[in-house]
Design a protein around this ligand. Structure first.
Ligand SMILES: C[S@@+](CC[C@H](N)C(=O)[O-])C[C@H]1O[C@@H](n2cnc3c(N)ncnc32)[C@H](O)[C@@H]1O
Length: 504
């Protein structure tokens, strides 16, 4: 994708035409394209609505000159132009602000030493936008959409922009938090690989602005901009101030969108798999097959998110070295306490010293992180943060040792197996899956996050307690945990209330 500092990849005419067809432009439309490039959207506008009044702004004079075939085009910098002050019209039909702003982030621009960025003071006081500009990295396209919505909020108009789907979500969230008069939106997916050679989820984002209509911060999601007549898949948007991915599914389980009674943890990180991760033969061995006779108290059974997702959590296939009990604890005493491990770590000292993350800077030499007492809890309920399906597994000791999870997993730690089995059953119950599916955006790199899991109030989920007890018994049996139904029943609705007591 030619992604230079100007986000200069011009929209193919066929796509611009289809986007405007979706808008069903009236004959007297006023069409404004704030970063019009060579004018694909103005040309498309001239085709679908020949009598429309069309205007464009563009930074580069040579592009503006080309675009001027299709409307009135000025050379201007969007970041220094307040659109309603600058653009005057000779007609008064419905307004459409359309286009394809640069898809580039402020961090990328900083790396390119480009100053094609909005001045920081632009939106002082405009709730949401000042926060956006203040953040260390923001999407320039998102900024332009919010700028347009903010500047034209006083009049009814339709915004239609090509953007990343993530940008569409952020815009809806900002618009809701700052009370912009949105009256609903539509997201039509586009094949960004085909049109822009870009491997990113993108869409034709249509927003209706109208302060005379009830505020609506939801967006219908349509499968394909080339099949707009197909009914929407579902709606995402802001409900009660919270962004949800499926508004209708959410309505049945929103009572449980609150706070988890337990603290979710993420797994351990070490940034040196070649050194810390060992193969189970079943005894610990290097990946090259060299058996290692290390002090057992520093070596734990190890599972990764794929093991959790694929249901391989009862198999001992990997070990991991944990050189210190908690983050930051010294590792020098290993020399006396664990001479074999000390020798092994020193032999691999170069690889460990070369770890890039700043978390290891000024720390004991053989540090790992993301571990504490909870790491050694015998029972855990774990989920993969990387896979696109919520599937919770009950992790019980292997080789009579607590299992350590890697940092692509999230988990709840438990001292008691029955409690872990019941929580596993509740998390896998249909109401919980409904809640997760109505909150998650599966196109994210890490769809399931700690933040999302922390929103699940297990005590409010409308599950069937009979079914939950039945499946808890099965999870317990599969993990060789003696199951006591009366304890299980006591837990239902009282999670976190120290009935058995989780590990902090
Ligand atoms: C992704 S291209 C899209 C062009 C056109 N909208 C289209 O769809 O074919 C983005 C355009 O924004 C222009 N641009 C970048 N920064 C700008 C700025 N600060 N002010 C105005 N235009 C800008 C670029 O020159 C480029 O032509």
């Amino acid at each position: 994708m030619p992604n230079n500092e100007f986000g200069d990849f011009q929209t193919p005419l066929a796509l611009a035409l289809q986007c405007l067809k979706v808008l069903e432009l009236p004959g007297d439309a006023r069409l404004l394209e704030p970063t019009c490039g060579v004018g694909s959207f103005l040309e498309a506008g001239a085709t679908v609505s020949p009598a429309s009044e069309r205007q464009g702004l563009e930074l580069h004079p040579e592009y503006a000159e080309k675009a001027a075939r299709w409307g009135r085009v000025e050379v201007a910098n969007i970041f220094h132009t307040r659109l309603p002050d600058h653009v005057s019209w000779t007609t008064d039909g419905p307004l459409y602000v359309v286009g394809n702003p640069p898809w580039v982030t402020s961090a990328e621009l900083n790396r390119m030493e480009s100053d094609n960025l909005p001045p920081k003071e632009n939106f002082k006081g405009a709730k949401g936008l000042d926060a956006l500009l203040g953040s260390s990295n923001f999407d320039v396209c998102e900024y332009i959409l919010l700028k347009v919505l903010n500047e034209y909020r006083a009049e009814p108009f339709t915004l239609g922009m090509l953007c990343k789907t993530q940008v569409a979500r952020n815009v809806i969230e900002y618009a809701a938090s700052s009370g912009m008069p949105l009256a609903g939106a539509d997201v039509y997916r586009i094949d960004s690989m085909k049109w822009f050679d870009a491997g990113v989820d993108a869409c034709w984002f249509v927003v209706h602005v109208d302060s005379s209509r009830p505020a609506d911060y939801t967006a219908r999601i349509h499968g394909d901009v080339f099949a707009p007549e197909e009914s929407a898949e579902n709606r995402f948007g802001v409900v009660d101030g919270r962004l949800v991915s499926d508004v209708d599914r959410y309505s049945g389980v929103r009572v449980a969108d609150g706070a988890s009674p337990y603290e979710w943890r993420s797994g351990m990180k070490h940034d040196a798999s070649g050194v810390f991760e060992l193969v189970a033969t079943p005894a610990p061995a290097t990946k090259e097959g060299v058996a290692l006779d290390l002090e057992a108290e520093f070596v734990y059974p190890f599972l990764k998110s794929t093991d959790i997702f694929r249901g391989r959590h009862r198999d001992l296939t990997k070990w991991v070295i944990v050189p210190q009990k908690t983050f930051g604890a010294e590792t020098a005493s290993l020399e006396l306490k664990a001479p074999a491990l000390w020798k092994y770590l020193n032999a691999n000292g170069e690889a460990l010293d070369g770890r890039k993350s700043s978390i290891y800077r000024n720390r004991p030499r053989f540090s790992v992180f993301g571990h504490g007492d909870y790491t050694y809890a015998p029972y855990k309920v774990a989920v993969s943060g990387l896979h696109k399906k919520p599937l919770f597994q009950l992790v019980a000791p292997l080789n009579n040792q607590p299992v350590v999870l890697d940092d692509t997993c999230y988990f709840l730690p438990f001292r008691e197996g029955v409690e872990a089995a019941v929580v596993t059953a509740v998390l896998n119950s249909q109401p919980c899956i409904d809640l997760i599916e109505s909150l998650v955006f599966w196109d994210s790199k890490r769809p399931i996050t700690k933040k999302l899991l922390a929103r699940i109030d297990l005590n409010q989920l409308p599950y069937d307690s009979g079914l939950v007890c039945e499946s808890a018994a099965k999870y317990a049996a599969a993990a060789d945990i003696p199951f006591d139904e009366s304890t299980a029943r006591k837990l239902l609705g009282a999670f976190g209330a120290v009935v058995l007591g989780p590990v902090s």
